[in-house]
Write a protein that binds this ligand. Structure first.
Ligand SMILES: [Zn+2]
Length: 223
């Protein structure tokens, strides 16, 4: 029985977002995984259980060193990759998907270019890098993912999928959807011809305008 209220809330959010993975087209069957950080413990969806069968009790709790400290499910093979992201970033949540256009793009391009300015929201940079192929569950894959995420919030894993992180699960999940959407737009654009890519200057203007508007919103907020 999961009695700790923070752990229960994290587990419930993982069950809720996990149920969206298949209908939102981010994974087929139990593929991919989601996690949330609670101080020095990470809650992560269990291995080989279909998302519609994942329960709060089956969510795994592991330390940042990978020790299984709670939950009835089997620890996912991609847990080392999630833990590596938490050890090297300020992530509050991590989402790993096998979404089809992101996987397709990863087999062809070295990086996903800026066909739309929302790439800044998705990945935090002018492109989304593709980390070179490594076997699932390997330390090499975890290292490649972390290298591809340097200064970014999203990375494609070649012939495999995508990883995004955010301050919370809603944030990381939306980024995973945006990565797939950007891959989709790139694919559609390529069908019309060669897509125009936003320049660094244009992306810089988007970043500064976004920052200005956030600042304005913060100043306008009274507590
Ligand atoms: Zn995977």
């Amino acid at each position: 029985m999961l009695t700790d209220p923070r752990r229960r809330a994290a587990a419930e959010s993982l069950v809720r977002y996990g149920r969206r993975m298949n209908p939102d087209g981010l994974a087929v069957g139990p593929a991919g995984n989601l996690s949330v950080r609670l101080d020095d413990v990470v809650a992560i969806t269990p291995s080989q259980i279909r998302y519609d069968e994942v329960t709060v009790e089956s969510i795994c709790f592991v330390t940042l060193d990978g020790e299984h400290v709670g939950g009835e499910g089997r620890v996912s093979s991609e847990t080392p990759m999630h833990l590596s992201v938490y050890r090297t970033t300020n992530a509050g949540a991590v989402v790993h998907t096998h979404s089809p256009r992101a996987v397709a793009a990863s087999t062809v391009v070295d990086e996903l270019p800026a066909v739309h300015y929302s790439i800044l929201r998705a990945g935090g940079g002018p492109t989304i890098r593709v980390a070179p192929y490594e076997r699932f569950g390997s330390d090499e894959l975890a290292r490649a993912a972390v290298a591809g995420l340097e200064g970014r919030t999203a990375v494609l894993l070649q012939n495999h999928g995508a990883i995004t992180y955010g301050r919370d699960l809603a944030d990381a999940y939306e980024r995973a959807q945006l990565v797939e959407w950007l891959a989709d737009v790139h694919l559609a654009a390529s069908g019309f011809g060669t897509p125009r890519i936003l320049t660094d200057e244009e992306l810089g203007q988007v970043a500064s305008e976004s920052a200005r508007r956030r600042y304005g919103a913060a100043v306008g907020t009274t507590r």
